[in-house]
Design a protein. Structure first.
Length: 114
């Protein structure tokens, strides 16, 4: 689904549309890039970003930089959320997992081994 929307937005971007419509298409591409980061690695994505940055219009340059900044901020947020999740090494039963904090120096949750 994301690739289909990406393809439609690429076709719209290639058309000679009004400047505000072009910026809306670029913003929409930014949303697609956030949802599907691998699409940003395509040559067509790089061509769009490079074209806007090489443009003589400062508004286009500013707009594409904001799109890229929003993308990077969303990626940073994803990484922070991943870092907050406890690392489960092995499932014990159906509900409890072994946590890495208990294996590395924290013995508060263990019973005495006498």
């Amino acid at each position: 689904m994301g690739e289909h929307v990406f393809g439609v937005l690429l076709r719209l971007h290639k058309l000679n549309l009004h400047e505000s419509t072009q910026q809306a298409v670029l913003s929409s591409l930014g949303f697609v890039w956030r949802a599907y980061p691998t699409l940003l690695q395509r040559a067509t994505s790089f061509a769009i970003i490079d074209g806007a940055l090489e443009s003589d219009k400062p508004a286009d340059q500013l707009h594409v930089l904001r799109v890229v900044q929003d993308f990077l901020a969303s990626q940073e947020g994803r990484e922070r959320e991943q870092a907050k999740k406890p690392v489960a090494l092995k499932k014990v039963g159906a509900k409890k997992a072994v946590r890495i904090e208990e294996l590395v120096g924290n013995t508060d949750g263990f019973a005495d081994g006498r």
